[in-house]
Ligand binder design. Structure first.
Ligand code: PD2
Ligand code: ZN
Length: 307
């Protein structure tokens, strides 16, 4: 199996990637490879991210090679049956507080409250002003209906017992306030405004939840095609909290035991460079225990998508 063909650009060139892959294949210790990448001028964070990706795809490759041939396939031709690993995509690399605890964006001081490397999760504080949260709720309230999910057979929408909230979507740039928030998000995440899906608002009442799921679509399902044709795969999500529920409603990442509390004005960002559970981005909205919970979600695509 070959290395991912797409280049991430920047200092981590295809040549360096090939070199790192050959070192991994030769069973060189990852910390030595990492040290050498840093010595070759790759910033530490980028070197860790890229090396993690290469190691994961190598492990996935080895795992596939060890799995028995599925029923109906000829023994001895196992390698011909290996599925290609999920395509690796560029993902947003948000501005993070490397030198200061605050990030200046759109005249606001956004803080980084927590960062996790794998899965890549960042919790931002003060991304939205309190009155911006209130205005988004007021604009959405008259338009909300029962939430749906993408039907992976037809490509349309359907209701699902795993998602019991209600919600609505604005058009991108629908009002001055919405456009301002969307441009702020684009600046913070360093990802084009046009690659962001329309802002979606969700309301959860007591007992309502969004069971753990992935935000990318499974590209092998027929219903994924119309979705992928308009902007490509999702590569990151930003869930912004519009109120602080008195109890419950955290966003959880069960694979790593992380629960992000819903606090008004804060947001949780996570990225996934491939449509695969190895990203560790299984996540859910935990049941609201008291009060209600309002969020605004922005999904980021590989390419420009519908407004
Ligand atoms: O409301 C949430 O916390 C939540 C959790 C998981 C929202 C989403 N996913 C989503 O909108 O995709
Ligand atoms: Zn989600």
């Amino acid at each position: 199996m070959t290395a991912p063909s797409s280049s991430t650009g920047g200092p981590f060139t295809d040549e360096l990637r090939q070199w790192a892959l050959s070192e991994i294949a030769a069973a060189r210790a990852p910390d030595e490879v990492l040290r050498e990448l840093i010595a070759r001028g790759i910033p530490e964070e980028l070197a860790v991210d890229e090396l993690t990706r290469l190691l994961e795809s190598r492990l996935a490759e080895l795992k596939q090679q060890r799995e028995p041939a599925p029923h109906g396939t000829a023994e001895g031709h196992a390698t011909a049956d290996i599925q290609p690993a999920a395509e690796i995509q560029h993902v947003p690399q948000p501005l993070t507080a490397e030198t200061s605890n605050l990030i200046r964006v759109d005249g606001r001081e956004v803080s980084v409250l927590m960062q996790l490397k794998h899965p890549r999760v960042i919790v931002f504080g003060n991304l939205l002003a309190q009155d911006e949260c209130d205005k988004l709720i007021a604009l959405a309230k008259p338009r909300i209906t029962a939430s749906s999910v993408i039907d992976m057979q037809s490509g349309g929408n359907r209701q699902d017992e795993g998602r019991t909230s209600s919600g609505m979507a604005f058009r991108r740039g629908e009002t001055k306030l919405i456009e301002r928030i969307e441009r702020r998000i684009a600046a913070l995440l360093q990802w084009p405004y046009e690659n962001g899906e329309a802002l979606q608002i969700l309301r959860y009442a007591v007992g309502q939840e969004y069971k753990p799921h992935y935000d990318y679509v499974d590209p092998t399902q027929p219903g994924a095609l119309p979705f992928l044709a308009r902007g490509g795969q999702r590569v990151a999500s930003l869930v912004m909290y519009l109120n602080t529920p008195p109890r419950g409603g955290a966003t959880n990442f069960p694979d790593v035991g992380l629960e992000v509390a819903a606090v008004k004005g804060n947001a949780v960002f996570f990225s996934y460079d491939r449509a695969d559970p190895s990203t560790g981005t299984l996540h859910g909205g935990m049941p609201v225990i008291a009060g209600e919970k309002w969020v605004a979600t922005k999904w980021l695509r590989v390419s420009r998508t519908d407004p």
